[in-house]
Every structure is written in C-alpha cells, then in structure tokens.
Design a binder for this molecule. Structure first.
Ligand code: ADP
Ligand code: GLC
Length: 486
C-alpha cells in the first residue's frame, strides 16, 4: 500500500505542536509495518538541509495560485532505517524558504497563509505526478491540506491520474478552519458553484477550506475516540461543523495518537540530568533538584510538589482557568514551572504572577525542547486544564516519566488519564471546566503526594502505560484499507 502523508509540520524538521509530533512518528511506524510512505511538507527557512542530510533533486514543477504560476523545487530526505520511507520537501523561497511555519517571530500568522496552504496542497499533488508515484491514499491533516480532496473530486480531468486515489482527512484541531474572505475566491480556481451560499466552500459569507475538505474527503478521522464523539455530537466541540460532519455522511473515526518513546522515555532521554526507569524511580529526584536549580525555584521547595506545564498559551489549553486559579493553587504550598508560548495577553497576565511569586513560580515564554524534557523528568505533577483536547501528547509523555497528570476530562485526556482511587488510576481528573474544580483536583493530588507509597503506586501505574505508535498505526492501516475498498 502506498500512502502520501501531507502535513504543515513534521518533527524533527519543523514543529509547533502535536501535529508535528504525529507527522514525524506515524509515517515512520507505518513504514515499519511495511507501508510505502512519502511525507510531503514545506521546506521552511529554519530547516537545515545539511544538518539533516536533505538531498536536492532536479525536479521542478509549476503550481497555479489564481493567475500566478509558481515555480517550485523539491528536495528529499531518505530514511536510513526504512527504504520505503521518504520525506519530500516542497521548495519555494518566497512562500516557505524565507519564512517560519505559521507566523512571524511575534506569533502573528502570515497574511498569505491561504496561498501558502493552497501551495502545499496543490504542490503535494504535483510532486506525486512528477515522481510518478500515485498513492492509494492521500492522508491529509487539518485545514492546511484539506483542499486536496476538493481538487481531486472537482477537477477530474486535471487530476485524472488520481482517479483511484482515496483521501483521508484527519482533524487534529477542528477549531482552526483556515477561514478567509470571499474576495480571496479567485486564488482557488475552483468552480463558482462551490462558493455559492451553503455550498461546500462557503461559510457564513466567507470561505472555509476545512468544511469543504470534510465534505469531499473519502474518510474522516480525529485523534481520540472521545473527541470523535465530541465533534459528532456537540456543536461547541465541533466549532460549528457538527452539521457539516453529519451532512458528509461519514463517521469520524477516533484513533488515539501514540507517543514516540524514542524521544520521550526517561531511560534514554538525552536532555535530563539523570536517566531513570520504573526500577529506579527514586532517581527522578535528581532531576527535580537539577530543574529547581536551573530555573531558580527556591530549594526549600524540594520536598513540596512541583507542578509542570508545557503548552501553547491559547484558550484551548485552559489558560483562562489557570490564570483564575493560580493564586489559590500557589496557596496549596506547591511550586510551579510553566513553559509556554502563545498569546501576548496571557503572557502578560502570567508574568505578573511570576513577579509576585518569585522562588515559587517560574514561567518561561519560549519554545524550548530541552526544557520541556527537563520538566517532564523533574516535575511531580503535570497540569493540563485544557477546555478541549483532541488528543494531547504531553500527558502521555508525562505518564511515562512518572509525572502524574492532572487533567480536565475531555477528548484524549479522558481516554488516557484515569482518576486515582487508592487502588487504580494514573492521575487526577476533574469533570467541570472551572477554576474551582481544577483547584479541588490539585488539592486532592497534593494530599496523596505526601503518602509516599500511594504516590509511588500512581507513578508506576503511569509509567506502565503503553501508548506507543504501533497500535495506532495498525488502526490507520485498517482505515486506509477500508477506505480503498468502499
Ligand atoms: P498541541 O498540538 O495542541 O499543542 P499536544 O499535546 O498534542 O498539543 O502537543 C504539543 C507538543 O508541542 C508536545 O510535543 C509539547 O512538548 C510541545 N510543546 C508545546 N509547547 C512547547 C514549548 N513552549 N516548548 C517546547 N515544546 C513545546
Ligand atoms: C492538535 C491537538 C492536540 C493533538 C495534536 C496532534 O494540535 O490540539 O490535542 O494531540 O493536534 O494530533
């Protein structure tokens, strides 16, 4: 089976969040299971061609965006491990080479992102053509590549080579739909009737690529079973697209993401002060001491619970509730380290707390892979108060490090973290999305923390969990196979 996997970010070449993690790990596991996989992604300026061993290729091709003919190049990374796995980079200096992933250094999205994602989608199809590698399934991810199914089904003669190709659209985050003004219509070069009121591309007078992708894709999935139910049943969770999903007439399959244990496991983590396993779990303490030292938290806090967070600072992640709860949380005699980047307003509010509670609360507003590993290893608890969470990778990583998650019961968090009840469970779960419930849950965790036997039991339960990609990749293979048959 031949799969083309299209993603705006692919770890380790580019990453903003979990989409990068998934696009880095799932194709690799598919290749391990014998699938022929090519990943298609932009080559952003930050991707070091030589460092990664990316090879140039002689291929050139043209992609039309409105009345512009855009000349593109191609480079390639061949997996040393699997001959059936390559990453192809779409090269264009203006749209990708001179820029970052979604926005500039201040986090402001690029104004021409509609053209950039359109270029990614159309270029992915051109690359399949120039390489003469027509896939059985094109696996599209989020709004950035959601238009691929729309082109295949509405431009039949242009894409006749793909007449037997099926499409799967995975919804990692349905709230980001790529909506733009109707006056951008001409860049798409799609039939007019797709833009009429209530037609697939139209959305309350604007253009919505994700809506069209949902309607045209042959199959739909999201990244956890609970979130699949949430978006099929609840208008809010679906960010307004519940009716569109129903109209598409395809159930959204929920396939839980995995976590890449070659990257996230305390036995082989290269970023942490001391490696440890479930047999040497007491050595986790070295990492706590090193972390407190590094970030300047008072060493007197060493025997108190240290709560970590690694997150994008956006509403989805429960930052408003965190801000509301923060003062009362710190009154529970805990220390906290938050690593996050995102919206400036949240950064400003959090900064004020950090200034008031120096020595107890440390906030790092960067994107810092090494520190994220140190927080996993050095923290006692890992907080994720997300309002919604399609899957979430960090809670699964935290479990492996014996860093006990405290989560709001939603999406993938509900599928991976289970409330401790003195015998079983691997974390602390609160049902209502509110500051009061968040605090209750943390208070509960703090009281259990001081019972060392019980705490060790929870940690070991978490460390025993296996969310490796193997099982998820098998489910994708089944879904690809099924999609090809219908
Ligand atoms: P989302 O994709 O919604 O942001 P996930 O939990 O699926 O959430 O994935 C987030 C990924 O991004 C994880 O690998 C996490 O470690 C990483 N990450 C998020 N924020 C930062 C940051 N400030 N610094 C380093 N890594 C981060
Ligand atoms: C999105 C979601 C996150 C998920 C990730 C990878 O960014 O917010 O929950 O883990 O995609 O699928």
């Amino acid at each position: 089976m031949r799969i083309a996997f299209v993603s705006a970010e692919v770890y380790p070449f580019s990453k903003v969040g979990g989409l990068g993690d998934v696009a880095g790990a799932l194709p690799l596991e598919l290749a391990a299971q014998g699938v022929d996989v090519m990943v298609l992604t932009p080559r952003y300026g930050s991707i070091n061609r030589w460092g990664f061993g990316i090879e140039d290729s002689p291929y050139r091709y043209t992609v039309n965006i409105g009345n512009k003919a855009i000349d593109c190049g191609l480079s390639r990374w061949q997996s040393p491990q699997y001959s059936n796995f390559q990453v192809y980079f779409i090269e264009n200096e203006h749209y990708f080479g001179s820029r970052g992933i979604y926005g500039n250094e201040n986090g402001i999205p690029y104004e021409d992102n509609d053209e950039r994602y359109l270029l990614l989608s159309k270029a992915a199809l051109e690359v399949c053509k120039v390489l003469n590698r027509i896939p059985d399934v094109i696996h599209c991810n989020d709004n950035h590549s959601a238009l691929i199914p729309v082109y295949l089904k509405s431009k039949l003669s242009e894409y006749s080579l793909f007449q037997n190709t099926k499409t799967l659209l995975t919804l990692h985050n349905i709230a980001y739909q790529g909506i733009v003004n109707m006056d951008r219509r001409l860049i798409y070069d799609l039939p007019d009737d797709l833009f009429y009121p209530i037609a697939p591309m139209e959305w309350y007078g604007q253009i919505n690529p994700l809506k069209a992708g949902i309607l045209f894709a042959d199959a739909l999935s999201t990244v956890s079973p609970t979130h699949a139910r949430e978006i099929m049943e609840d208008e809010g969770f679906s960010a307004g697209l519940k009716g569109v999903i129903a109209a598409a007439g395809k159930p959204v399959q929920g396939i839980l993401n995995g976590v890449d244990y070659s990257e996230w496991s305390p036995q082989r983590d290269i970023y942490i002060a001391k490696q440890y396993s479930n047999k040497t779990v007491s050595e986790k303490q070295f990492n706590k001491i090193a972390l407190l030292n590094d970030i300047g938290i008072d060493q007197a806090m060493v025997d108190k619970p240290l709560i970590g967070m690694v997150t994008r600072l956006v509403e989805q992640k429960g930052i408003p509730v965190l801000i509301e709860a923060l003062e009362r949380l710190l009154a529970l005699d805990v220390a906290m380290i938050i690593l996050g980047s995102g919206e400036p307003d949240y950064e400003r509010s959090l900064m004020k707390f950090a200034e008031r509670f120096t020595g107890r609360l440390k906030i790092d507003f960067g994107y810092n892979n090494s520190l994220s590993h140190k927080i996993m290893a050095g923290g006692d608890m890992f907080l994720m108060p997300s309002r919604y969470e399609p899957c979430g990778i960090t809670q699964m990583a935290a479990l492996k490090y014996g860093t006990v998650p405290i989560v709001h019961k939603t999406g993938g968090l509900a599928d991976t973290v289970f409330q401790w009840n003195s015998q079983s469970g691997n974390g602390f779960v609160f049902e209502n999305y509110s500051a009061d419930d968040l605090i209750k849950s943390v208070r509960n965790a703090v009281s259990v923390y001081y019972d060392k036997d019980e705490w060790r039991h929870i940690m070991l339960n978490g460390m025993a969990a296996d969310f490796s990609w193997q099982q998820s990749a098998q489910q994708y293979v089944e879904l690809y196979t099924y999609t090809c048959q219908v």
